[in-house]
Design a protein around this ligand. Structure first.
Ligand code: FAD
Ligand code: MG
Length: 344
């Protein structure tokens, strides 16, 4: 008998959480606010500067990005591009052009391990949704034949995107949360907030500094334990910390875990001996893309890729409970779980 376990996140579920209130000059201050958007729980902490107005502005922008870039909703710019695949170029908003251009940079530099045209394969497996299943070999080969970032045409002047072949589909699930975190950080900076945490479902922007000029302490999830159990802690100042791993969304069949980072080479979940890759970088759009790309590439090629990006560092967690990382990352990492071993 097959045993299925889904990590399912339902859309339409929306909540606001009030952690801490004070009233200053007639303004209600809330340390934290969260909403369910981008298919995940998004949390923003503005601490003693958290006004209603600023939270509203940040979440409005995040929802706007979802309305442009979601592959799960009808009528988004991205959905219109997918519907016109093989038919004609589609005019899209500037921010979608920007995110797609960044995605293509990483598609090229990862040798196609990261591919924003992964849509047909993502839809076929359905991991994270109610229809998740292990597809047949023929269906995998058919979907794979539609995945190729070189057939995604960006026309900056015309402001259009075009997928050359019918059936192709864009999916920016591996990069758009990073862009949304950067946009939240931009709004926070414009409001002259000295320090804030933006956490878009594990895609963290630790903006500025903690009170008292202290670094932020960001927990790295233990992929083998319950959510909130950390392998160790990273100390950062004004950096983004993004993790891609086997534990975010997966389908379990007969003791085997099929996670959501798919290989555009094999059509199956990328199997590189890794449990997770954490990227520390200046921009979340880069960290998000790099985390997925490095996971899909595996340790050696992934590390080379990360080290080619200025200001980026990485921590790799392996299935055999060992940890390796680039020097700037390990210098700021403290191991909590002694069940893991740090290797040089
Ligand atoms: P990452 O490693 O950053 O990304 C993994 C995701 O990228 C996969 O889920 C897949 O979508 C894609 N991917 C897989 N393999 C590759 C590859 N080799 N190269 C490139 N990309 C790959 N989830 C919902 O359940 N419902 C929603 O309505 C919904 N809306 C969303 C709207 C937006 C704008 C965004 C950005 C995300 C949304 N999501 C939604 C979540 C999304 O489907 C992904 O699950 C999520 O973004 C994965 O992020 P991650 O950080 O866990 O993993
Ligand atoms: Mg990513």
């Amino acid at each position: 008998m097959m045993f299925y376990k889904f990590f399912t996140l339902k859309r339409g579920f929306f909540f606001i959480c009030f952690l801490f209130f004070t009233v200053t000059n007639g303004q209600t201050i809330r340390a934290q606010e969260s909403e369910f958007t981008l298919g995940t729980v998004c949390v923003v902490n503005l601490y003693e500067r958290g006004t209603n107005e600023l939270y509203r502005k940040i979440f409005r922008r995040i929802r706007e990005i979802e309305e442009i870039m979601s592959a799960n909703r009808a009528g988004t710019d991205l959905d219109r591009v997918n519907k016109q695949a093989g038919i004609m170029p589609v005019h899209v908003r500037e921010e979608l052009l920007y995110v797609v251009e960044r995605a293509l940079v990483y598609a090229q530099s990862s040798g196609g391990a990261f591919d924003p045209t992964i849509g047909p394969l993502v839809n076929l497996w359905g991991i994270g949704g109610d229809a998740a299943h292990i597809p047949g070999e023929k269906a995998i080969q058919d979907a794979l034949s539609l995945v190729n970032w070189r057939d995604l045409i960006v026309d900056r002047q015309a402001g259009t995107l075009f997928l050359k072949r019918p059936g192709m589909a864009l999916d920016l699930g591996a990069i758009a949360k990073g862009y949304a975190a950067d946009e939240a950080a931009r709004i926070i900076k414009e409001a002259r907030i000295p320090g804030a945490i933006v956490d878009l479902g594990g895609n963290v922007f630790a903006y500025g500094e903690k009170e008292g000029s202290k670094p932020w302490r960001i927990g790295i999830q233990d992929p083998l334990e319950n959510r909130g159990t950390f392998v160790g802690i990273l100390e950062v100042r004004n950096k983004t910390v993004v993790t891609s791993g086997v534990y975010e969304r997966f389908l379990q069949v007969g003791g085997k875990r099929y996670h959501h980072i798919l290989s555009p080479q094999t059509g199956y979940p990328a199997d590189t001996g890794l449990l997770s890759v954490t990227i520390i970088a200046d921009r979340s759009i880069d960290a998000d893309a790099l985390a997925t790309a490095a996971f899909a590439l595996g340790y050696h090629a992934g590390r080379i890729l990360v080290e080619s990006v200025g200001g980026a560092a990485a921590i790799f967690l392996f299935e055999n409970k060992t940890i390796r990382g680039t020097a700037p990352a390990m210098a700021n990492f403290s191991l909590y779980n002694q069940g893991y071993r740090i290797l040089p």
